[in-house]
Design a protein around this ligand. Structure first.
Ligand code: ZN
Ligand code: ZN
Length: 576
Protein backbone atom coordinates (compact mmCIF):
# COMPACT_ATOMS: atom_id res chain seq x y z
CA UNK A 1 0.00 0.00 0.00
CA UNK A 2 1.33 3.40 -0.93
CA UNK A 3 1.52 5.85 1.94
CA UNK A 4 2.81 9.36 2.23
CA UNK A 5 5.70 9.92 4.60
CA UNK A 6 3.30 11.29 7.24
CA UNK A 7 1.71 7.85 7.64
CA UNK A 8 4.93 5.97 8.15
CA UNK A 9 6.15 5.31 11.65
CA UNK A 10 3.84 7.13 14.03
CA UNK A 11 0.09 7.34 13.61
CA UNK A 12 0.08 11.08 14.20
CA UNK A 13 -0.54 13.42 11.27
CA UNK A 14 -1.81 16.88 10.36
CA UNK A 15 -5.21 17.27 8.71
CA UNK A 16 -4.73 18.37 5.10
CA UNK A 17 -7.69 20.73 5.45
CA UNK A 18 -7.64 22.32 8.94
CA UNK A 19 -4.05 21.37 9.91
CA UNK A 20 -5.22 20.01 13.27
CA UNK A 21 -3.13 17.10 14.50
CA UNK A 22 -4.93 13.77 14.71
CA UNK A 23 -3.95 10.27 15.67
CA UNK A 24 -4.46 7.04 13.78
CA UNK A 25 -4.51 4.19 16.31
CA UNK A 26 -3.41 0.62 15.64
CA UNK A 27 -7.07 -0.23 15.41
CA UNK A 28 -7.62 2.47 12.77
CA UNK A 29 -4.75 1.16 10.64
CA UNK A 30 -6.10 -2.37 10.91
CA UNK A 31 -9.49 -1.18 9.67
CA UNK A 32 -8.01 0.72 6.71
CA UNK A 33 -5.81 -2.23 5.79
CA UNK A 34 -8.75 -4.64 5.89
CA UNK A 35 -10.54 -2.40 3.41
CA UNK A 36 -7.45 -1.91 1.24
CA UNK A 37 -7.61 1.87 1.57
CA UNK A 38 -4.90 4.31 2.67
CA UNK A 39 -5.54 6.25 5.91
CA UNK A 40 -7.51 9.46 5.26
CA UNK A 41 -5.68 12.78 4.98
CA UNK A 42 -8.48 14.74 6.68
CA UNK A 43 -9.11 14.73 10.43
CA UNK A 44 -12.30 13.00 11.73
CA UNK A 45 -14.14 16.33 12.17
CA UNK A 46 -13.36 17.64 8.67
CA UNK A 47 -14.51 14.29 7.24
CA UNK A 48 -17.67 14.43 9.38
CA UNK A 49 -18.59 17.95 8.25
CA UNK A 50 -17.92 17.01 4.61
CA UNK A 51 -20.37 14.09 4.85
CA UNK A 52 -23.03 16.14 6.66
CA UNK A 53 -22.87 18.55 3.74
CA UNK A 54 -24.12 15.76 1.43
CA UNK A 55 -27.58 15.77 3.02
CA UNK A 56 -30.16 18.47 2.51
CA UNK A 57 -33.17 16.97 4.23
CA UNK A 58 -35.42 19.96 4.80
CA UNK A 59 -34.60 23.00 2.65
CA UNK A 60 -36.96 22.41 -0.26
CA UNK A 61 -37.58 24.40 -3.43
CA UNK A 62 -40.40 24.51 -5.93
CA UNK A 63 -39.23 23.59 -9.42
CA UNK A 64 -40.28 21.48 -12.39
CA UNK A 65 -39.50 17.86 -13.20
CA UNK A 66 -37.05 18.06 -16.11
CA UNK A 67 -38.64 15.09 -17.89
CA UNK A 68 -42.37 15.72 -17.46
CA UNK A 69 -42.49 19.46 -16.66
CA UNK A 70 -44.66 18.68 -13.63
CA UNK A 71 -44.32 21.08 -10.69
CA UNK A 72 -42.44 19.38 -7.88
CA UNK A 73 -40.46 20.18 -4.76
CA UNK A 74 -36.84 19.24 -4.34
CA UNK A 75 -33.76 19.92 -2.22
CA UNK A 76 -32.22 20.99 -5.57
CA UNK A 77 -33.23 24.48 -6.71
CA UNK A 78 -33.59 25.42 -10.36
CA UNK A 79 -30.01 26.56 -10.89
CA UNK A 80 -28.26 23.19 -10.54
CA UNK A 81 -26.71 21.92 -13.80
CA UNK A 82 -28.07 18.36 -13.60
CA UNK A 83 -31.64 17.39 -14.53
CA UNK A 84 -34.00 16.62 -11.63
CA UNK A 85 -36.81 14.07 -12.08
CA UNK A 86 -39.83 13.54 -9.83
CA UNK A 87 -39.21 10.45 -7.68
CA UNK A 88 -41.71 8.24 -9.56
CA UNK A 89 -40.31 9.37 -12.92
CA UNK A 90 -36.72 8.80 -11.80
CA UNK A 91 -37.63 5.22 -10.95
CA UNK A 92 -39.39 4.67 -14.31
CA UNK A 93 -38.27 3.36 -17.70
CA UNK A 94 -38.37 6.65 -19.56
CA UNK A 95 -34.67 7.30 -19.23
CA UNK A 96 -31.48 5.23 -19.36
CA UNK A 97 -28.60 5.96 -17.00
CA UNK A 98 -26.20 3.96 -19.20
CA UNK A 99 -26.74 6.44 -22.04
CA UNK A 100 -24.47 8.74 -19.99
CA UNK A 101 -21.70 6.09 -19.97
CA UNK A 102 -18.18 7.13 -20.90
CA UNK A 103 -14.62 5.81 -20.96
CA UNK A 104 -12.27 6.68 -18.14
CA UNK A 105 -9.50 9.02 -19.29
CA UNK A 106 -6.18 8.02 -17.72
CA UNK A 107 -4.65 11.40 -18.54
CA UNK A 108 -6.98 13.24 -16.14
CA UNK A 109 -7.83 13.10 -12.40
CA UNK A 110 -10.73 10.89 -11.32
CA UNK A 111 -12.67 13.58 -9.42
CA UNK A 112 -12.64 15.95 -12.39
CA UNK A 113 -14.25 13.29 -14.59
CA UNK A 114 -16.68 12.26 -11.88
CA UNK A 115 -17.82 15.88 -11.52
CA UNK A 116 -18.66 15.94 -15.24
CA UNK A 117 -20.74 12.77 -14.97
CA UNK A 118 -22.48 14.06 -11.83
CA UNK A 119 -23.50 17.25 -13.63
CA UNK A 120 -25.40 15.47 -16.42
CA UNK A 121 -27.10 12.38 -14.91
CA UNK A 122 -30.67 12.99 -13.65
CA UNK A 123 -31.11 13.27 -9.87
CA UNK A 124 -34.14 12.06 -7.96
CA UNK A 125 -36.21 15.06 -6.79
CA UNK A 126 -36.92 13.87 -3.26
CA UNK A 127 -35.73 10.93 -1.20
CA UNK A 128 -38.99 9.33 -0.26
CA UNK A 129 -40.32 5.81 -0.28
CA UNK A 130 -42.72 6.30 -3.15
CA UNK A 131 -46.12 4.75 -2.62
CA UNK A 132 -45.96 4.94 1.18
CA UNK A 133 -46.87 8.63 1.51
CA UNK A 134 -50.47 9.83 1.74
CA UNK A 135 -51.16 13.52 1.42
CA UNK A 136 -47.56 14.25 2.41
CA UNK A 137 -46.07 15.71 -0.77
CA UNK A 138 -44.10 18.42 1.02
CA UNK A 139 -41.75 16.12 2.88
CA UNK A 140 -38.26 14.78 2.22
CA UNK A 141 -36.30 11.75 3.44
CA UNK A 142 -39.59 10.23 4.53
CA UNK A 143 -41.58 7.03 4.29
CA UNK A 144 -44.92 5.74 5.59
CA UNK A 145 -46.40 9.14 6.45
CA UNK A 146 -49.97 10.40 6.30
CA UNK A 147 -51.15 14.03 6.30
CA UNK A 148 -47.69 15.40 7.09
CA UNK A 149 -46.17 18.68 5.98
CA UNK A 150 -42.56 19.87 5.94
CA UNK A 151 -41.13 17.06 8.00
CA UNK A 152 -37.80 15.45 7.14
CA UNK A 153 -35.83 12.34 8.07
CA UNK A 154 -39.09 10.89 9.34
CA UNK A 155 -40.96 7.60 9.03
CA UNK A 156 -44.32 6.29 10.19
CA UNK A 157 -45.99 9.56 11.23
CA UNK A 158 -49.47 11.00 10.94
CA UNK A 159 -50.61 14.65 11.14
CA UNK A 160 -47.11 15.98 11.88
CA UNK A 161 -45.92 19.38 10.65
CA UNK A 162 -42.56 21.17 10.69
CA UNK A 163 -40.19 18.71 12.27
CA UNK A 164 -37.28 16.42 11.70
CA UNK A 165 -36.26 12.97 12.84
CA UNK A 166 -39.75 11.89 13.81
CA UNK A 167 -40.63 8.23 14.06
CA UNK A 168 -44.03 6.68 14.87
CA UNK A 169 -45.68 9.93 16.05
CA UNK A 170 -49.15 11.42 15.73
CA UNK A 171 -50.21 15.08 15.79
CA UNK A 172 -46.88 16.74 16.50
CA UNK A 173 -45.92 20.28 15.48
CA UNK A 174 -42.43 21.77 15.63
CA UNK A 175 -40.77 18.71 17.14
CA UNK A 176 -37.33 17.16 16.59
CA UNK A 177 -35.97 13.70 17.37
CA UNK A 178 -39.18 12.30 18.85
CA UNK A 179 -40.43 8.75 18.95
CA UNK A 180 -43.86 7.22 19.56
CA UNK A 181 -45.37 10.44 20.91
CA UNK A 182 -48.65 12.23 20.41
CA UNK A 183 -50.00 15.78 20.62
CA UNK A 184 -46.67 17.40 21.38
CA UNK A 185 -45.47 20.87 20.47
CA UNK A 186 -41.90 22.17 20.47
CA UNK A 187 -40.44 19.02 21.99
CA UNK A 188 -36.94 17.69 21.41
CA UNK A 189 -35.67 14.14 21.94
CA UNK A 190 -38.81 12.89 23.65
CA UNK A 191 -40.00 9.31 23.70
CA UNK A 192 -43.53 8.06 24.34
CA UNK A 193 -44.83 11.43 25.51
CA UNK A 194 -48.39 12.68 25.32
CA UNK A 195 -49.52 16.30 25.31
CA UNK A 196 -46.13 17.66 26.26
CA UNK A 197 -44.80 20.99 25.04
CA UNK A 198 -41.59 23.05 25.16
CA UNK A 199 -39.72 20.06 26.61
CA UNK A 200 -36.58 18.05 25.96
CA UNK A 201 -35.12 14.66 26.83
CA UNK A 202 -38.29 13.29 28.42
CA UNK A 203 -39.81 9.84 28.40
CA UNK A 204 -43.37 8.72 29.14
CA UNK A 205 -44.44 12.17 30.38
CA UNK A 206 -47.88 13.67 29.79
CA UNK A 207 -49.88 16.88 30.16
CA UNK A 208 -46.76 18.87 31.01
CA UNK A 209 -44.63 21.75 29.74
CA UNK A 210 -41.06 23.06 29.99
CA UNK A 211 -39.56 19.80 31.26
CA UNK A 212 -36.03 18.49 30.83
CA UNK A 213 -34.73 15.01 31.57
CA UNK A 214 -37.94 13.86 33.25
CA UNK A 215 -39.44 10.38 33.17
CA UNK A 216 -43.03 9.38 33.88
CA UNK A 217 -44.16 12.83 35.02
CA UNK A 218 -47.69 14.19 34.65
CA UNK A 219 -49.00 17.71 35.22
CA UNK A 220 -45.57 19.20 35.81
CA UNK A 221 -44.22 22.58 34.67
CA UNK A 222 -40.64 23.82 34.51
CA UNK A 223 -39.12 20.71 36.10
CA UNK A 224 -35.78 18.97 35.54
CA UNK A 225 -34.49 15.51 36.55
CA UNK A 226 -37.80 14.33 38.02
CA UNK A 227 -39.16 10.78 38.09
CA UNK A 228 -42.85 9.83 38.35
CA UNK A 229 -44.00 13.17 39.76
CA UNK A 230 -47.29 15.01 39.57
CA UNK A 231 -48.27 18.64 40.28
CA UNK A 232 -44.74 19.96 40.43
CA UNK A 233 -43.59 23.42 39.36
CA UNK A 234 -39.87 24.28 39.28
CA UNK A 235 -39.17 20.95 41.05
CA UNK A 236 -41.44 21.99 43.95
CA UNK A 237 -44.18 19.56 44.97
CA UNK A 238 -47.58 21.29 45.20
CA UNK A 239 -51.12 20.28 46.05
CA UNK A 240 -53.32 19.96 42.96
CA UNK A 241 -55.26 23.13 43.79
CA UNK A 242 -52.10 25.19 44.25
CA UNK A 243 -50.66 23.76 41.01
CA UNK A 244 -53.78 24.74 39.09
CA UNK A 245 -53.83 28.21 40.60
CA UNK A 246 -50.19 28.90 39.66
CA UNK A 247 -50.61 27.34 36.20
CA UNK A 248 -53.46 29.77 35.54
CA UNK A 249 -51.29 32.71 36.59
CA UNK A 250 -48.57 31.72 34.11
CA UNK A 251 -50.89 32.36 31.17
CA UNK A 252 -49.23 29.75 28.99
CA UNK A 253 -51.91 30.27 26.37
CA UNK A 254 -50.41 33.69 25.58
CA UNK A 255 -47.32 34.52 23.54
CA UNK A 256 -45.89 36.74 26.30
CA UNK A 257 -46.58 34.06 28.94
CA UNK A 258 -44.65 31.47 26.92
CA UNK A 259 -41.68 33.78 26.31
CA UNK A 260 -41.54 34.76 30.00
CA UNK A 261 -41.74 31.13 31.13
CA UNK A 262 -39.00 30.01 28.71
CA UNK A 263 -36.62 32.57 30.23
CA UNK A 264 -37.48 31.64 33.82
CA UNK A 265 -37.18 27.93 33.11
CA UNK A 266 -33.80 28.22 31.37
CA UNK A 267 -32.49 30.30 34.30
CA UNK A 268 -33.80 27.68 36.77
CA UNK A 269 -32.23 24.79 34.81
CA UNK A 270 -28.82 26.47 35.19
CA UNK A 271 -29.12 26.01 38.97
CA UNK A 272 -29.74 22.26 38.66
CA UNK A 273 -27.40 19.36 37.76
CA UNK A 274 -27.21 18.41 34.08
CA UNK A 275 -26.64 14.93 32.79
CA UNK A 276 -23.14 14.48 31.36
CA UNK A 277 -24.36 12.94 28.07
CA UNK A 278 -27.66 11.71 26.71
CA UNK A 279 -26.70 8.06 26.22
CA UNK A 280 -28.65 4.89 27.10
CA UNK A 281 -27.95 1.15 27.19
CA UNK A 282 -24.47 1.19 25.62
CA UNK A 283 -21.47 -1.05 26.22
CA UNK A 284 -17.92 0.19 25.75
CA UNK A 285 -19.03 3.12 23.60
CA UNK A 286 -18.56 6.89 23.40
CA UNK A 287 -20.50 9.71 21.79
CA UNK A 288 -23.77 11.47 22.52
CA UNK A 289 -27.41 10.71 21.81
CA UNK A 290 -26.21 7.11 21.44
CA UNK A 291 -28.50 4.19 22.27
CA UNK A 292 -28.32 0.37 22.46
CA UNK A 293 -24.79 0.22 21.03
CA UNK A 294 -21.67 -1.86 21.57
CA UNK A 295 -17.97 -1.19 20.99
CA UNK A 296 -18.60 2.04 19.13
CA UNK A 297 -16.65 5.27 19.44
CA UNK A 298 -17.49 8.91 18.85
CA UNK A 299 -20.94 8.26 17.44
CA UNK A 300 -23.78 10.79 17.60
CA UNK A 301 -27.55 10.39 17.22
CA UNK A 302 -27.20 6.66 16.60
CA UNK A 303 -28.99 3.51 17.72
CA UNK A 304 -28.08 -0.16 17.57
CA UNK A 305 -24.43 0.05 16.45
CA UNK A 306 -21.71 -2.53 16.84
CA UNK A 307 -18.01 -1.97 16.15
CA UNK A 308 -18.54 1.47 14.63
CA UNK A 309 -16.58 4.71 14.80
CA UNK A 310 -17.33 8.30 13.77
CA UNK A 311 -20.93 7.60 12.77
CA UNK A 312 -23.90 9.96 13.00
CA UNK A 313 -27.63 9.68 12.42
CA UNK A 314 -27.46 5.98 11.56
CA UNK A 315 -29.19 2.96 13.09
CA UNK A 316 -28.72 -0.83 12.90
CA UNK A 317 -25.15 -0.71 11.61
CA UNK A 318 -22.22 -3.09 12.03
CA UNK A 319 -18.46 -2.66 11.49
CA UNK A 320 -18.64 0.75 9.82
CA UNK A 321 -16.79 4.03 10.07
CA UNK A 322 -17.25 7.56 8.90
CA UNK A 323 -20.86 6.86 8.08
CA UNK A 324 -23.53 9.54 8.27
CA UNK A 325 -27.25 9.12 7.61
CA UNK A 326 -28.96 6.73 7.78
CA UNK A 327 -28.22 3.03 8.13
CA UNK A 328 -31.23 0.75 8.58
CA UNK A 329 -29.29 -2.50 8.26
CA UNK A 330 -25.84 -1.69 6.96
CA UNK A 331 -22.43 -3.28 7.31
CA UNK A 332 -18.88 -2.43 6.34
CA UNK A 333 -19.69 1.11 5.29
CA UNK A 334 -16.81 3.58 5.10
CA UNK A 335 -16.88 7.30 4.30
CA UNK A 336 -20.50 7.26 3.13
CA UNK A 337 -23.17 9.94 3.45
CA UNK A 338 -26.92 9.74 2.94
CA UNK A 339 -26.73 6.01 2.14
CA UNK A 340 -28.71 3.22 3.74
CA UNK A 341 -31.41 0.57 3.81
CA UNK A 342 -29.74 -2.83 3.44
CA UNK A 343 -26.31 -1.65 2.33
CA UNK A 344 -23.10 -3.65 2.39
CA UNK A 345 -19.52 -2.69 1.68
CA UNK A 346 -20.01 0.83 0.35
CA UNK A 347 -16.98 3.13 0.25
CA UNK A 348 -16.84 6.83 -0.57
CA UNK A 349 -20.50 7.00 -1.69
CA UNK A 350 -23.23 9.60 -1.49
CA UNK A 351 -26.98 9.14 -1.56
CA UNK A 352 -26.98 5.45 -2.52
CA UNK A 353 -30.09 3.78 -1.16
CA UNK A 354 -31.67 0.36 -0.77
CA UNK A 355 -29.97 -2.95 -1.48
CA UNK A 356 -26.59 -1.73 -2.69
CA UNK A 357 -23.39 -3.74 -2.23
CA UNK A 358 -19.72 -3.16 -2.94
CA UNK A 359 -20.05 0.27 -4.52
CA UNK A 360 -17.12 2.67 -4.56
CA UNK A 361 -17.22 6.35 -5.44
CA UNK A 362 -20.87 6.10 -6.54
CA UNK A 363 -23.73 8.56 -6.06
CA UNK A 364 -27.51 8.44 -6.37
CA UNK A 365 -27.58 4.72 -7.09
CA UNK A 366 -29.96 2.02 -5.92
CA UNK A 367 -30.22 -1.79 -5.99
CA UNK A 368 -26.74 -2.05 -7.54
CA UNK A 369 -23.59 -3.97 -6.73
CA UNK A 370 -19.95 -4.08 -7.77
CA UNK A 371 -19.87 -0.66 -9.42
CA UNK A 372 -17.26 2.11 -9.39
CA UNK A 373 -17.50 5.83 -10.18
CA UNK A 374 -21.15 5.75 -11.29
CA UNK A 375 -24.13 8.10 -10.90
CA UNK A 376 -27.84 7.30 -10.94
CA UNK A 377 -27.62 3.52 -11.38
CA UNK A 378 -30.73 1.42 -10.88
CA UNK A 379 -30.16 -2.32 -10.48
CA UNK A 380 -26.82 -2.54 -12.28
CA UNK A 381 -23.66 -4.57 -11.79
CA UNK A 382 -20.07 -4.20 -13.07
CA UNK A 383 -20.44 -0.62 -14.28
CA UNK A 384 -17.74 2.06 -14.33
CA UNK A 385 -18.59 5.64 -15.24
CA UNK A 386 -22.08 4.40 -16.17
CA UNK A 387 -20.68 1.99 -18.75
CA UNK A 388 -21.43 -1.73 -18.63
CA UNK A 389 -18.49 -4.16 -18.47
CA UNK A 390 -18.09 -7.91 -18.03
CA UNK A 391 -16.99 -9.07 -14.58
CA UNK A 392 -13.41 -9.63 -15.77
CA UNK A 393 -13.21 -6.26 -17.51
CA UNK A 394 -14.71 -4.54 -14.45
CA UNK A 395 -12.14 -5.96 -12.05
CA UNK A 396 -9.22 -5.13 -14.32
CA UNK A 397 -10.34 -1.57 -15.12
CA UNK A 398 -11.29 -0.79 -11.51
CA UNK A 399 -7.84 -1.88 -10.31
CA UNK A 400 -6.18 0.33 -12.95
CA UNK A 401 -8.30 3.36 -11.99
CA UNK A 402 -7.52 2.89 -8.27
CA UNK A 403 -3.83 2.72 -9.13
CA UNK A 404 -4.23 5.88 -11.20
CA UNK A 405 -6.00 7.59 -8.28
CA UNK A 406 -3.21 6.61 -5.90
CA UNK A 407 -0.59 7.60 -8.44
CA UNK A 408 2.32 9.60 -7.04
CA UNK A 409 2.70 11.45 -10.34
CA UNK A 410 -0.46 13.35 -9.47
CA UNK A 411 1.02 14.37 -6.12
CA UNK A 412 3.27 16.99 -7.72
CA UNK A 413 3.79 20.16 -5.76
CA UNK A 414 0.93 22.61 -6.03
CA UNK A 415 -1.63 19.85 -6.48
CA UNK A 416 -4.96 20.85 -5.00
CA UNK A 417 -7.43 18.80 -3.04
CA UNK A 418 -9.06 16.36 -5.43
CA UNK A 419 -5.90 15.77 -7.42
CA UNK A 420 -3.17 14.52 -5.12
CA UNK A 421 -3.65 10.91 -4.10
CA UNK A 422 -7.36 10.84 -4.73
CA UNK A 423 -7.92 7.28 -3.60
CA UNK A 424 -8.97 7.01 0.03
CA UNK A 425 -10.49 10.49 0.14
CA UNK A 426 -14.15 11.43 -0.04
CA UNK A 427 -15.46 13.50 -2.97
CA UNK A 428 -13.94 17.01 -2.71
CA UNK A 429 -16.40 19.59 -1.39
CA UNK A 430 -16.56 21.27 -4.81
CA UNK A 431 -18.55 18.22 -5.94
CA UNK A 432 -21.23 18.71 -3.29
CA UNK A 433 -24.49 19.99 -4.82
CA UNK A 434 -25.63 21.72 -1.64
CA UNK A 435 -24.85 24.98 0.09
CA UNK A 436 -23.60 24.54 3.66
CA UNK A 437 -26.68 26.18 5.15
CA UNK A 438 -29.05 23.87 3.28
CA UNK A 439 -27.68 20.77 4.95
CA UNK A 440 -27.60 18.95 8.26
CA UNK A 441 -24.01 20.25 8.70
CA UNK A 442 -25.67 23.36 10.16
CA UNK A 443 -27.28 21.26 12.91
CA UNK A 444 -23.96 20.05 14.34
CA UNK A 445 -21.55 22.77 13.21
CA UNK A 446 -23.49 26.00 12.61
CA UNK A 447 -21.51 28.58 10.63
CA UNK A 448 -22.23 32.13 9.53
CA UNK A 449 -22.25 32.90 5.83
CA UNK A 450 -18.78 34.44 6.08
CA UNK A 451 -17.36 31.45 7.97
CA UNK A 452 -18.85 28.94 5.52
CA UNK A 453 -17.53 30.80 2.47
CA UNK A 454 -14.10 31.19 4.07
CA UNK A 455 -13.99 27.41 4.55
CA UNK A 456 -14.79 26.85 0.88
CA UNK A 457 -18.44 25.84 1.24
CA UNK A 458 -21.29 27.28 -0.80
CA UNK A 459 -23.98 29.45 0.77
CA UNK A 460 -27.57 29.83 -0.39
CA UNK A 461 -29.76 32.74 0.64
CA UNK A 462 -33.34 31.57 1.27
CA UNK A 463 -35.44 31.65 -1.90
CA UNK A 464 -38.88 32.78 -0.67
CA UNK A 465 -41.54 33.20 -3.28
CA UNK A 466 -43.82 35.98 -2.07
CA UNK A 467 -47.06 34.19 -1.29
CA UNK A 468 -50.11 35.20 -3.31
CA UNK A 469 -52.12 36.50 -0.35
CA UNK A 470 -54.70 39.13 0.59
CA UNK A 471 -52.42 40.72 3.15
CA UNK A 472 -49.22 40.30 5.08
CA UNK A 473 -49.10 40.64 8.87
CA UNK A 474 -45.91 41.29 10.86
CA UNK A 475 -45.63 38.55 13.49
CA UNK A 476 -45.49 40.96 16.43
CA UNK A 477 -48.94 42.24 15.48
CA UNK A 478 -50.49 38.78 15.87
CA UNK A 479 -52.97 38.42 18.76
CA UNK A 480 -51.68 37.18 22.13
CA UNK A 481 -53.96 34.13 22.15
CA UNK A 482 -55.38 31.79 19.51
CA UNK A 483 -58.94 32.70 20.53
CA UNK A 484 -58.48 36.14 18.96
CA UNK A 485 -57.24 34.74 15.61
CA UNK A 486 -59.87 34.76 12.83
CA UNK A 487 -60.13 32.08 10.11
CA UNK A 488 -58.96 34.80 7.72
CA UNK A 489 -55.39 34.17 8.82
CA UNK A 490 -55.39 31.29 6.34
CA UNK A 491 -55.50 33.89 3.56
CA UNK A 492 -52.65 35.95 4.97
CA UNK A 493 -48.91 35.63 5.18
CA UNK A 494 -47.05 36.36 8.41
CA UNK A 495 -43.59 37.92 8.38
CA UNK A 496 -41.10 36.42 10.82
CA UNK A 497 -40.25 38.51 13.87
CA UNK A 498 -36.56 37.77 13.45
CA UNK A 499 -35.84 37.33 9.70
CA UNK A 500 -38.85 39.09 8.14
CA UNK A 501 -39.27 36.02 5.90
CA UNK A 502 -42.91 35.33 5.00
CA UNK A 503 -44.71 32.13 6.02
CA UNK A 504 -48.25 30.82 5.83
CA UNK A 505 -50.48 29.13 8.39
CA UNK A 506 -52.18 25.96 7.12
CA UNK A 507 -55.74 25.00 7.98
CA UNK A 508 -54.70 21.79 9.76
CA UNK A 509 -52.04 23.70 11.64
CA UNK A 510 -54.54 26.36 12.77
CA UNK A 511 -56.82 23.57 14.00
CA UNK A 512 -53.92 22.16 16.04
CA UNK A 513 -53.20 25.54 17.70
CA UNK A 514 -56.90 25.98 18.47
CA UNK A 515 -57.26 22.50 19.90
CA UNK A 516 -54.09 22.97 21.98
CA UNK A 517 -54.83 26.58 22.91
CA UNK A 518 -51.48 27.77 21.59
CA UNK A 519 -50.75 31.16 20.02
CA UNK A 520 -49.62 31.41 16.37
CA UNK A 521 -45.81 31.09 16.18
CA UNK A 522 -43.97 34.35 15.60
CA UNK A 523 -40.98 32.86 13.83
CA UNK A 524 -40.45 31.34 10.39
CA UNK A 525 -40.35 27.50 10.47
CA UNK A 526 -36.62 27.57 9.59
CA UNK A 527 -35.85 29.79 12.59
CA UNK A 528 -37.94 27.53 14.82
CA UNK A 529 -35.93 24.56 13.52
CA UNK A 530 -32.60 26.31 14.18
CA UNK A 531 -33.68 27.20 17.73
CA UNK A 532 -34.58 23.59 18.47
CA UNK A 533 -31.23 22.41 17.12
CA UNK A 534 -29.38 24.95 19.25
CA UNK A 535 -30.99 23.45 22.37
CA UNK A 536 -29.41 20.10 21.49
CA UNK A 537 -25.75 19.36 22.06
CA UNK A 538 -23.55 19.37 18.98
CA UNK A 539 -21.01 16.71 18.14
CA UNK A 540 -18.13 17.99 20.25
CA UNK A 541 -17.06 16.16 23.38
CA UNK A 542 -15.16 18.23 25.92
CA UNK A 543 -13.08 17.20 28.93
CA UNK A 544 -14.58 18.55 32.11
CA UNK A 545 -14.73 17.57 35.78
CA UNK A 546 -17.88 16.41 37.54
CA UNK A 547 -19.29 19.27 39.63
CA UNK A 548 -20.04 16.79 42.45
CA UNK A 549 -17.15 14.30 42.71
CA UNK A 550 -14.48 16.06 40.65
CA UNK A 551 -13.99 13.08 38.35
CA UNK A 552 -12.61 13.74 34.86
CA UNK A 553 -15.28 13.10 32.21
CA UNK A 554 -16.20 13.63 28.57
CA UNK A 555 -19.29 15.78 28.09
CA UNK A 556 -21.11 17.83 25.49
CA UNK A 557 -20.92 20.88 27.83
CA UNK A 558 -17.82 22.99 27.18
CA UNK A 559 -15.75 23.67 30.33
CA UNK A 560 -16.57 27.40 30.30
CA UNK A 561 -20.34 26.95 29.96
CA UNK A 562 -22.36 27.87 33.07
CA UNK A 563 -24.24 24.56 33.48
CA UNK A 564 -23.64 22.38 36.56
CA UNK A 565 -22.66 19.03 35.04
CA UNK A 566 -22.61 15.75 36.97
CA UNK A 567 -21.00 12.48 35.90
CA UNK A 568 -23.46 9.67 35.23
CA UNK A 569 -22.95 8.04 38.67
CA UNK A 570 -23.47 11.29 40.60
CA UNK A 571 -26.40 12.19 38.37
CA UNK A 572 -28.18 8.88 38.99
CA UNK A 573 -27.65 9.23 42.77
CA UNK A 574 -29.23 12.67 42.53
CA UNK A 575 -32.36 11.68 40.59
CA UNK A 576 -33.16 8.33 42.23
ZN1 ZN B 1 -9.39 18.83 9.80
ZN1 ZN C 1 -19.41 12.61 39.77
Amino acid sequence: MQQTSLHQGSGRQACSQCQAAFENTEDDFTFYESLGVPPPRLCPECRFVRRLNERNARVLYKRNCDLTGREIISPYHRNHPFPVYAADVWWGDEWDELSYGRDFDFSRPFFEQFAELLSVVPHQATFVITGTLQNSDYTNCTGYCKNCYLIAEADHNEDCYYGNRLFFNTSMVDCSNCYESELCYETINCIKCFNVRFSEYCQTCSDSAFLKNCIGCKNCIGCINQRQKQYMIFNEQLAQSEFEKRLGEMKLDTQSGIVRMREQVDAFFLTQPQRVLQNEHNQNSTGNHLYDSKNSAECFDCKDLEDCKWCAKVFSVRSSRDYTSWGDTAELMYQCAACGDHSYGLKFCSTCTTNNANLEYCAHSTGSKDCFGCVGLRHKQHCIFNKQYSEEEYKELKARIIEHMRSATLCSSGATEGQAGEYGEYFPKELCPYAYNETIAMEYFPLTKEEALAKGYRWQEPIDEMPDVEKTVPADRLPETIAQVPDDILNWAVTCQETKRPYRIMKRELEFYRQQNLPIPRLHPDVRHDRRQSRRAGAHLFSRTCAKCGKEMQTSFAPDWPEIVYCEECYLKEVY
